[in-house]
Design a protein around this ligand. Structure first.
Ligand code: SF4
Length: 379
């Protein structure tokens, strides 16, 4: 295999489009002469099949996807796997994944970035220095900062698309610019180049013609809350955002890497305070934010909310009874979706269409009620 000419073949798990900053980081801290970065295959039915056939039955779905991803990369010749680790039960899964893959006969080096819930930059640097002895700590950190900025701009870019894609006058323009932007980000060399690319493509995005403001106000707005993996890796939730956008709804999703690593830790206390009618303590993982964001979406006039989670996700299961109460108190419909290894696209389409139609009817009814009230007041 041509890969074998490289001493190290490094791979990592897929999640949304974050392979772009990760690829940028690794390709700039590792030696091109000795190391090849294997971008993991996009999630597919085969990834899930590999993962579920080789994982314990009742383990969280993201674990299975990761195992499947690793098997695909190992089959492509990878011999170094990097796993983020950290967070909820997931923080304890790294050792198990390593053991499963080694028991399957694969020979590889396993690097975990988060250990016992802590990120220790110097320790991680030392692991990468074993792959590239010429790597300096400064370069390691600088290139990490560039990659983090790439992730930040990517999140901003995709947030804008989610909110506006169902308003575009000519369907397909957002998607084209998105694809080119991803390609450009992958090979960014410096922070100044990153700003130039971001400004250029953000401008292109904002120049895309949208339907009129009146027509936009008529559209249904749906907030998506829930567990992080199913939120950020669209394959694992059957591309729910695209499906909703296709139906004509604008979607908002809070969960992104930027949100999880930067904003969430800073605003956790405020979120609990704001949700004090419903919760007193953290629910773990994304449970607290699901509750707080449901309140925010209802207060901001969203037409409906969809709560998504993988099968067996305890923090989100704990959030559901609270969300049901919020839905009742604030009169906002919430649909609950659980994703597992066997998901039917047709069944999801039917449920989404029914939910969307109900929201359209609710919106119409609200308009009629406003008119009736006005007429009654006018006498
Ligand atoms: S948040 Fe849910 S899916 Fe993720 S590790 Fe925790 S229990 Fe598993």
């Amino acid at each position: 295999m041509q890969n074998k000419k490289y001493k190290y073949r490094v791979s990592f798990p897929h999640i949304g489009n974050y392979y772009v900053p990760i690829y940028n980081w690794f390709s700039n801290i590792l030696d091109k002469n000795t190391t090849k970065i294997i971008i993991p295959k996009k999630m597919s039915k085969q990834t899930l099949e590999f993962g579920s056939n080789n994982s314990p039955d009742f383990i969280c779905l993201p674990f299975k996807y990761n195992v499947g991803n690793f098997i695909e990369s190992l089959n492509q010749g990878a011999n170094v796997l990097v796993q983020a680790g950290g967070g909820c039960k997931y923080g304890y899964y790294a050792e198990l994944q390593e053991q499963i893959l080694k028991d399957m006969g694969y020979d590889f080096k396993y690097i975990t970035l988060v250990e016992k819930g802590k990120i220790k930059p110097f320790k991680i640097y030392k692991k990468f220095k074993e792959l590239n002895p010429n790597l300096t700590f400064f370069k390691f950190i600088y290139r990490f900062c560039v990659a983090a900025l790439i992730a930040y701009f990517l999140d901003k870019f995709e947030d804008y698309i989610r909110l506006n894609i169902s308003y575009e006058e000519k369907i397909g323009k957002f998607e084209v610019i998105h694809k080119i932007f991803l390609l450009k980000l992958r090979n960014i060399k410096s922070i100044s180049q990153l700003f130039k690319v971001k400004n250029k493509y953000m401008k292109k995005l904002k120049n895309i013609k949208l339907i009129s403001k009146e027509d936009r106000n008529e559209k249904i707005k749906i907030g998506i809350i829930g567990e992080l993996f199913t939120s950020m890796e669209q394959f694992s939730s059957n591309n729910i955002e695209k499906k909703l956008n296709k139906l004509g709804a604008a979607t908002k999703r809070y969960t992104t890497v930027t949100y999880l690593l930067v904003k969430k830790p800073l605003e956790m206390k405020r979120l609990i305070k704001k949700s004090k009618k419903y919760i007193e303590y953290e629910l773990g993982a994304d449970g607290t934010t699901s509750v707080a964001h449901a309140i925010e979406l209802a207060d901001n006039g969203y037409d409906g909310i969809i709560h998504i989670k993988p099968f067996g996700c305890t923090p989100e299961e704990n959030a559901i009874p609270i969300l049901q109460k919020i839905s009742k108190d604030k009169n906002i419909p919430i649909m609950y979706l659980t994703f597992d290894t066997q998901n039917s696209d047709t069944a999801l389409d039917t449920r989404l269409e029914a939910f969307y139609d109900m929201l359209v009817m609710n919106k119409e009814k609200k308009k009629v009620d406003v008119l009736d009230n006005k007429e009654a007041l006018d006498g």
